[in-house]
Design a protein around this ligand. Structure first.
Ligand SMILES: [Zn+2]
Length: 157
């Protein structure tokens, strides 16, 4: 079970975010997309035992409530909530994570980050499984591994 965050982001100036609760957020988004002409995307989710986390967030963002479970909150609010629950939270990782974007003005190479909506730090969310629980430094290999999936994390993502 989880608290999930779904964004309706066809129009980025007028997006809204749903804070909901589901056993299977990927099934839920298919249900929600049916009958909604705007494109929906899962931003992330927090694994929970029950609905209390969702209820707590609905109360916290009450003044931003548009209707039902839809809120006029921003991606950084979602990121804050995911970070707060880091050991049980996941971001939805972009398909093209790690793709080379080009070099910035200081000739530093830039790559597409894991999250579509905001930049995240490399040690905050795993670029493979999206988990927010952290990394373990592997001294034998001289790199960091995601504590959940073992993905080797390099500092160029
Ligand atoms: Zn991972």
């Amino acid at each position: 079970m989880c608290t999930y965050f779904i964004i309706e982001n066809e129009d980025s100036d007028n997006s809204r975010i749903k804070i909901g609760f589901s056993r299977a957020p990927n099934d839920r988004i298919i249900q929600l997309q049916t009958g909604n002409s705007r494109k929906l995307a899962i931003m992330g989710w927090v694994e929970t035992a029950d609905q209390s986390h969702e209820k707590q967030l609905h109360k916290k963002y009450e003044k931003y409530r548009l209707n039902g479970e839809w809120f006029s909150i921003e991606p950084w609010n979602v990121l804050d909530e995911l970070k707060t629950e880091s050991t049980s939270s996941f971001i939805c990782v972009q398909a093209n994570v790690g793709e080379f974007l080009g070099c910035d003005n200081d000739a530093v190479p830039e790559y597409i980050g894991p999250w579509e909506w905001l930049d995240t730090e490399i040690d905050e969310f795993c670029p493979q499984c999206g988990w927010g629980g952290g990394v373990h430094y592997n001294s034998a290999l001289g790199l960091e591994n995601c504590l959940r999936c073992g993905y080797p994390i390099f500092n160029n993502l």
